[in-house]
Ligand binder design. Structure first.
Ligand code: FES
Length: 181
């Protein structure tokens, strides 16, 4: 299976300006804070863009920075600090495997390598069918449950032996086929 990696792709062409409906949602978030603290809405604005477009491009970071009166680098720092923000398009299922030291000592890397083989992609890549993106993750706060992973930033999966990983992948693939049927 071929795969795509997003690390070496050229910056995408500028997209259309933010839609009015998105700007309205920004305004509702900003209204929750005093004028002097409107930058506190940055995470919400990033989440709104990601929900709408699947990821947060550099262009969108700049637009959010301008909207909130922030330096673009300050917005970029937020986007790059939190794993949940996608800086590139990702697959339908984003699999984040924890490989921090405590997990490394308890098969975290084994799980990552197993998924790489199983999906035919390397860490950071997306399968050619656009279903899976595989990423490393920082500590997910469940070191005792290693190997652990997070699916789409929400669903925590613990004690992920190779068998359980296989079952998970099959289940997720099956859900995609079910949707297509
Ligand atoms: S190091 Fe992996 S969950 Fe903490």
């Amino acid at each position: 299976m071929t795969s795509s990696t997003h690390h070496d792709t050229a910056p995408s062409a500028p997209s259309a300006p933010l839609k009015p409906v998105i700007l309205e949602r920004f305004a509702r978030e900003v209204a929750k804070y005093p004028e002097a603290g409107k930058q506190s809405a940055v995470m919400a604005c990033l989440a709104i863009v990601q929900q709408d477009e699947g990821y947060v491009s550099l262009q969108r970071e700049r637009e959010i920075a301008e909207y909130l009166g922030m330096a673009p680098i300050a917005v970029h720092e937020v986007t790059t600090f939190y794993n949940m923000y996608n800086q590139h398009p990702v697959g339908k299922f984003k699999l984040n495997v924890c490989t921090n030291l405590p997990c490394q000592l308890r098969d975290g890397v084994t799980a990552l390598v197993h998924l790489e083989k199983r999906l035919g992609i390397k860490m950071g890549e997306t399968t050619a069918d656009g279903v899976f993106t595989l990423q490393q993750s920082e500590c997910l706060g469940a070191c005792a449950d290693s190997p652990v992973m997070l699916v789409n930033d929400r669903t925590m999966c613990s004690f992920m032996s190779n068998d359980k990983l296989d079952q998970l992948i099959e289940g997720l693939r099956g859900s995609v086929k079910g949707e297509a049927a």
